[in-house]
Write a protein that binds this ligand. Structure first.
Ligand code: G1P
Length: 299
């Protein structure tokens, strides 16, 4: 019987230095797009894909994340008393079933591969997902769900990474796929390189932060030495699968990805999600139009 993907790892140990001073006292995953923190988007996507267990790889100073997924009796009581049922309903998305969420500390910032490896004891012999909450993807069908469906369709239990075309000069910000066979939404990969310079990049198909991995990839991480930037790279551990003559797939998802690890990406996501919200759309769009015409008039 094929195994279902029911666990997801969320690497959230990063310092978020690109958003200092905000991230001096709040985890970057708590920063909000409109009114939901980045981590909520990631959790909602995981739930839609059938994930039942949520594993956070954290670090010092991430306590606000743990509180976020805890019940807040004082707040709930105050809302109930005030008859604010809609807000109480909104809070439900932050509630986790007892035992469904686990926190593991990554004591040293040794890289994404190492962060995932820190969760190894919580992953038994089954495929699992990895979601990088910095990559927020607006999609009709949530991207991890698209991938779980594709994973079940290939049926060979091979690792799969989300992939997207990027401009060649941007490859040094990504893991990049060396494509063996392009089958449309699915590509068979014959190599993967972490953050190559444009001239060394095997393609412009970049890895985006959604993965379905196997316990074998975890075993590879054990052996992977420091890669790009001296860090233990997840990309290298996945590429190791290919060296062992196992398949790895890239999956071209349907959706719009925002790099919320960068200020420009975060602002773009704020605009896009603001405009997509029915309760804000009219007022917000009118404001943006005014801003644009003022800018044009000034030019
Ligand atoms: C990580 C991965 C990289 C991937 C990227 C997607 O890099 O190491 O392979 O392309 O996420 O966002 P980071 O952005 O953490 O440097």
């Amino acid at each position: 019987m094929r195994q279902k993907v029911t666990k997801a790892i969320f690497p959230v140990a990063g310092l978020g230095t690109r958003f200092l001073p905000a991230t001096k006292s709040i985890p970057k995953e708590i920063m909000t797009l409109v009114d939901r923190p980045l981590i909520q988007y990631a959790i909602d996507e995981a739930r839609a894909a059938g994930i039942k267990e949520f594993i956070f790889v954290t670090s010092r100073g991430k306590g606000a994340l743990e509180d976020y997924f805890d019940i807040n009796p004082v707040l709930e009581q105050a809302l109930r008393k005030a008859g604010k049922d809609a807000l109480l309903e909104t809070l439900k998305a932050t509630n986790m079933e007892s035992g469904a969420i686990a926190y593991i500390r990554q004591h040293k910032a040794l890289g994404l591969g190492h962060a995932v490896w820190c969760a190894r004891r919580l992953i038994s012999n089954e495929p699992f997902a990895v979601i990088l909450p910095d990559d927020v993807i607006a999609a009709d069908t949530p991207v991890l769900q698209q991938m779980v469906e594709a994973f079940e369709e290939t049926g060979d239990g091979s690792a799969m990474v989300a992939a997207m075309e990027v401009p060649k000069e941007k490859t040094s910000a990504y893991g990049v796929l060396d494509v063996d066979e392009d089958m449309g939404s699915l590509v068979r990969v014959k190599g993967m390189v972490e953050k190559p310079k444009a001239e060394d990049a095997p393609s412009n198909l970049a890895v985006i932060g959604r993965y379905i991995l196997t316990p074998k990839v975890l075993q590879n991480i054990n052996k992977v030495k420091g890669g790009a930037g001296g860090e233990i790279q997840l990309t290298d551990a996945i590429a190791e699968e290919i060296a062992k003559e196992r398949n790895v797939y890239g999956y071209r998802f349907r959706g719009q990805r925002f790099d919320c690890g960068s200020k420009a990406g975060f602002l773009q996501a704020t605009v896009a999600f603001g405009m997509a919200r029915e309760d804000l759309r009219d007022e917000f769009t009118t404001y943006l139009e005014e801003m644009m015409s003022l800018r044009k008039a000034a030019q």
